[in-house]
Design a protein around this ligand. Structure first.
Ligand code: NAP
Length: 408
């Protein structure tokens, strides 16, 4: 049986009869014969399915990735499913518990998007994201296949590029999504540690193309935002991992901060520090498809203390200038004035406003909570200087999935 959300509630796995092409892949893949069919529909037996999710990745259409939270007593039977032409509307219990996302993940996500009043709609052409395939009750086990220090040895921050390999476990992700890391052990009160969210820094086809792996950008936390010494539980755990170690992972999460897929779409990306992780994923996705000549522009504003503190500085500098327009803002370079991303946005105001006006341009802001107000003011100023009303533009951009913010 599928794991409990609440004792009386079942997260029921269903197949969408409108999308399913009846290719039999799911039935062949299911290790416990929970999927069956007649000459009309493929269906999942609620009494057998244990949500192992092995069937999800091989499905060519995504018809397999449908779930309904139902009262256990009224789970859809095989006979009911075989008669469907379309999936039924959500039951009342679905509306009451909209997604079985761990509370802690929901809380972090709410904080990250609070500055814009919650998560925006995804771009219309974003791919379908898989969410919460691996839960706290049943996390995926990944193996560390690489742990590289990105920042110079002399730099004050230890920022790492960590590659996790999922082996034969399905863990499909999209650029902009996050995964949850569950540090082992317990806290000072003997309770299991909370999940920590990290943005995926690799494109959907893997850090190494066509390998089932993802990369994370992790900064070893040694002090809090006020500069007081603290030891970040998850970041130190991750940064210290040796190649070959195993890690418990939940997720993926995120249905909003996703990149557009249609040719001609442009990306305007603004980040600070390790908030660069999703920008690296999106940039790498576009770089791998450069030969397809899909058009669109990439413009990046990237803030860090100094060049040696900048994750991905070397590879970024090697990207062709006609592929991506890169703008750095360094705040702690001796002998140079302190610069933040918002200062550079103002300097490039005319080009920024040209992209904001372009309905095919999608904006992503990620990094420190403190940058939110400064970036918003810079957009407002740039718009004012170039004849655009930012306060009217922003709600329209959000409604069309064109403005995404995630700050922590
Ligand atoms: P950091 O090194 O502390 O700061 C990066 C740059 O941002 C520095 O130049 C800093 O300048 C500047 N900055 C500070 N306050 C600013 C403000 N109000 N407006 C604009 N720029 C400002 O950054 P970090 O420690 O890497 O932190 C990155 C943030 O991204 C964290 O909050 C993290 O949670 C978040 N994040 C991480 C991930 C991930 O996957 N790892 C994903 C998404 C978001 P100063 O010289 O003044 O410090």
């Amino acid at each position: 049986m599928t794991p409990d959300i609440a004792p009386d509630v079942l997260r029921q796995h269903l197949i969408d009869p409108e999308i399913c092409i009846r290719c039999n892949t799911c039935e062949e893949t299911c290790p416990i014969d929970a999927i069956t069919h007649d000459d009309r529909n493929y269906v999942v037996d609620p009494g057998k399915c244990d949500s192992c999710n092995v069937c999800l990745a091989p499905c060519p259409t995504g018809a397999i990735d449908n779930w309904r939270q139902v009262a256990r007593a009224s789970a859809y039977t095989i006979a009911q499913q075989l008669a469907w032409d379309a999936l039924p509307p959500p039951q009342a219990v679905d509306a009451a518990t909209p997604a079985d996302i761990p509370q802690e993940v929901a809380r972090i996500t709410a904080v990250a998007t609070a500055g814009q009043g919650g998560a925006a709609a995804p771009p219309w052409s974003a791919a379908h994201p898989y969410v919460n395939l691996h839960t706290l009750a049943k996390p995926a086990v990944a193996t560390v296949s690489g742990n590289f220090r990105l920042t110079d040895d002399g730099a004050s921050s230890d920022i790492r590029h960590i590659v996790l390999d999922f082996g034969s476990t399905a863990f499909p992700v999209l650029e902009g999504q996050t995964i949850g890391i569950v540090p082992p052990g317990t806290d000072a009160h003997g309770r299991p540690h909370f999940v920590r969210l990290y943005s995926i820094a690799s494109p959907r086809d893997g850090e190494r193309p066509r390998y089932n792996n993802v990369a994370l950008t992790v900064k070893r936390v040694t002090e809090d935002h006020a500069g007081k010494a603290v030891r970040g539980v998850a970041s130190n755990y991750l940064c210290d991992l040796e190649k070959g170690a195993t890690v418990h992972v939940v997720g993926p999460f995120g249905t909003s901060f996703l990149m557009p897929n249609h040719p001609g779409s442009s990306l305007l990306m603004i980040c600070t520090g390790t908030g660069s992780a999703p920008m690296r994923a999106m940039t790498e996705r576009r770089r791998r498809r450069i030969a397809l000549k899909e058009g669109g522009q990439l413009m990046l504003f990237f803030g860090a203390r100094a060049p040696e503190e900048l994750p991905y500085f070397g590879p970024l500098m090697k990207l062709p200038r006609d592929f991506i327009d890169i703008n750095f803002a360094f705040s702690r370079v001796p002998g140079q004035p302190k610069q933040y991303v918002q200062d550079v946005i103002r300097t490039r105001g005319a080009d920024v406003v040209r992209l904001l006006r372009d309905e095919q341009c999608y904006v992503y802001v990620c990094g420190l909570k403190g940058m939110e107000d400064g970036v918003t003011e810079a957009f407002r100023d740039a718009c004012r200087a170039h004849g655009l009303d930012w306060d009217a533009l922003l709600p329209a951009m959000r409604a069309h999935g064109r403005y995404h913010l995630e700050t922590y």
